[in-house]
Ligand binder design. Structure first.
Ligand code: P6P
Length: 335
């Protein structure tokens, strides 16, 4: 094997980034490494979901009232266990847990960070083998060290995020994560079990030709949104419309395509989901942080997602996110 290999692993990359901050202590790198480890365990099960008795509804119902697939629970427990033993996590909040989980051992109560995640987003796609993903974000806690973390550590605005990312379990398994230094993508090399840098300094194209929305809900949308969807479908060679419509029904997969190819993903409020469907803290905030660090926009139709003051762990928000010019065009119709 060539000793001068050019592949940089996730750990090497995060340590290299840490060295750019002379006071950094490498705790964020450790957390990212631990999340990467948990997602490798999850990947192993996701990749053989059809072969082991881990498919099929678990029967339990989560706090969202959604039937929990067994993989959801497995992914949630793996992430909690890895982070509980991490050297720098005081606690977690998860889509699968009614409340946050404070780690109360002597070491964890002195840890500086908390992590929020959706352990397996898009799980309804598991049995049809469509791409699914893990979404996470890391905050510095605001509560005093030396005591267990509390709810204030989790109810922070998205703009306070220290790092956010996702792992997409698709044709390949990739981790994409963002800090204020930028957005980078790492593809899992299964033969060595390492995430290796494959997409350096990712940028969301300023404009795009793909709009992504569940048009099956159109009868419940408001008139302004309907007008915008009609705009997307009108013939106009100058603006390469009609756009292509792509909707996978898995937020991580739809947004990974949006980040790479450009486009606009929408999950708006409607007469049935009056606040939209997607969760602010562990879906919309981390994905908006990533897209904004890559040059795109994430908004609820009125305000930047990252500026929203959270009021409860599982609150939902409408979201319009993706290429700057496409989001701005949508806002012209919505405002
Ligand atoms: P709908 C998956 O269940 C999810 O939470 C997101 O990953 C996805 O974007 C959305 O819901 C799909 O919702 O109502 O279009 O099936």
């Amino acid at each position: 094997m060539n000793p001068n290999r050019h592949l940089m692993t996730l750990d090497e990359f995060t340590i290299h980034q840490t060295r750019q901050f002379k006071h950094a202590t490498g705790e964020l790198s450790t957390l990212l490494r631990d999340i990467g480890l948990a997602c490798k365990f999850i990947n192993k099960q996701v990749n053989k979901a059809g072969l082991v008795d881990i498919l099929g509804a678990h029967g339990a119902v989560n706090v969202q009232g959604e039937e929990q697939m067994k993989l959801d629970i497995f992914a949630n427990e793996v992430l909690i266990n890895v982070l509980r033993n991490s050297s720098d996590c005081a606690g977690i909040a998860s889509e699968e847990n009614d409340s946050y989980v404070a780690f109360e051992d002597e070491h964890s109560i002195n840890s500086k960070y908390v992590v929020m995640f959706d352990p397996l987003d898009g799980s309804s796609n598991i049995d049809v083998n469509a791409s699914i993903g893990t979404i996470f974000c890391i905050y510095k806690r605001v509560s005093p060290l030396g005591k267990p973390c509390n709810e204030t550590d989790f109810l922070q605005k998205g703009k306070n995020i220290m790092a956010a990312g996702y792992v997409i379990y698709g044709s390949s398994t990739m981790m994409v994560y963002a800090t204020r230094l930028g957005v980078n993508g790492f593809t899992l090399e299964p033969s060595v079990g390492e995430f290796c840098l494959s997409h350096k300094d990712m940028k969301c194209p300023e404009d795009g030709k793909i709009y992504s929305i569940n048009q099956g809900n159109s009868s419940k949308y408001d008139a302004k949104l309907i007008q915008f969807l009609q705009y997307c479908m009108e013939d106009d060679k100058e603006t390469s419309r009609p756009y292509s419509h792509r909707y996978i029904g898995s937020m991580v997969a739809d947004l990974h395509r949006t980040l790479i190819k450009g486009g606009l993903f929408m999950y708006p409020a409607d007469t049935k989901s009056v606040k939209g469907k997607l969760r602010l803290l562990y879906e919309c905030n981390p994905m908006s942080y990533i897209i904004e660090m890559a040059g795109g926009i994430g908004t609820d139709g009125q305000n930047a997602i990252l500026d929203i003051e959270p009021c409860e762990l599982h609150q939902r928000v409408p979201i319009f996110i993706g290429s700057k010019k496409m989001v701005e065009k949508a806002l012209d119709f919505l405002k």
